[in-house]
Design a protein around this ligand. Structure first.
Ligand SMILES: Cc1ncc(COP(=O)(O)O)c(C=O)c1O
Length: 302
């Protein structure tokens, strides 16, 4: 008897069609595979509600524009497809990914012209990118790998080329810690592989601006800070400042607010999760839980 596994049971969306994860394939000649020539976005759902889909779709379309790629669907159509993937898989707490490549061409040269984009969407039960961190707090290392400068590949573009972020993770694992932090080309703190970063100094939040992805969670943290009267500043800061901060945390769709308690063997604050981080983390969790800023997923009757 044929074995049925998770790939058979998951329903994905490929170029307008729903199919099983097993049926879905990517061409060997897809520019996304050959050159990292594509973009993506990652969303989350909580309790059957998709969190801030318009903000993610706006970023997806900004990324497409950044790499001169046509998305052959409207924002509304892509949103519908993401909601449908969550619904068809009966995912209430979900991690959803939407990937668009420039497409297939043969011979497979780097010439970007004359291709038709491919759109892939899949979902899985919600994952925390930093799940393995002890007590939910991360020990980190500042990587020798730099985040791509705006002049090379603008980090505001959520490009499929995440090679520098992936390489940075090796530095962290080699050092025996949980996660990496990348600096920008000037040596200031930029972000982590999949996370924006914040530090807390004298009760004030500080987060880098410039060579970083415009994170939806980052934006949400800024909104929460404004609501809670926590002063917040977007400015560059050095590794030295981060190591001497009172608190620090990452923000990301795949895990929310993730406290950082160590940077390059220096304890941050007293080495435990600080009060401002806790406040932001709890407020973010409450926001997700409440369904505010979210769109309801319509599940099929079973
Ligand atoms: C490089 C990078 N920075 C920051 C983030 C956080 O962005 P968001 O809060 O929208 O998940 C991500 C998310 O995937 C990312 O890949």
């Amino acid at each position: 008897m044929k074995k049925v596994d998770v790939l058979d049971n998951t329903i994905v969306f490929v170029n307008g069609q729903f199919m099983s994860g097993r049926e879905a394939t990517v061409s060997l000649f897809d520019s996304g595979l050959l050159y990292g020539d594509g973009i993506f976005d990652t969303l989350c759902a909580r309790n059957g509600y998709l969190f801030k889909p318009d903000q993610h779709l706006n970023r997806l379309f900004r990324s497409a524009n950044g790499v001169r790629m046509e998305i052959p669907y409207s924002r509304q159509e892509v949103k519908r497809a993401i909601l449908d993937v969550a619904a068809r898989n009966m995912l209430r707490d979900a991690y959803l990914k939407c990937v668009i490549t420039r497409g297939v061409k043969y011979p497979p040269t780097m010439d970007p012209r004359g291709r038709k984009s491919n759109l892939y969407i899949f979902g899985l039960p919600y994952i925390n990118l930093a799940e393995k961190a002890k007590d939910g707090a991360l020990r980190t290392k500042i990587s020798a790998v730099r985040r791509t400068p705006v002049e090379a590949l603008d980090p505001r573009i959520k490009s499929l080329d995440y090679q520098n972020l992936v390489l940075a993770k090796f530095d962290a694992f080699d050092a025996g810690v949980d996660e990496a932090i990348l600096c920008d080309i000037a040596g200031n703190i930029a972000e982590g592989p999949g996370y924006n970063i914040f530090m807390v100094c004298n009760g004030r939040l500080v987060t880098p601006i410039g060579s970083v992805l415009e994170g939806v969670t980052r934006e949400t943290v800024l909104e929460i800070a404004a609501r809670h009267d926590i002063p917040c500043l977007e400015r560059s800061f050095s590794p030295f400042e981060l190591c001497n901060a009172d608190e620090a945390f990452f923000s990301t769709t795949g895990g929310g607010i993730l406290p950082i308690v160590e940077v390059d063997k220096r304890r941050i604050g007293d080495g435990t999760i600080g009060p401002t981080t806790r406040r932001i983390r709890d407020a973010y969790a409450d926001l997700l839980e409440s369904g505010t800023d979210s769109v309801k997923i319509d599940y099929p009757d079973v």
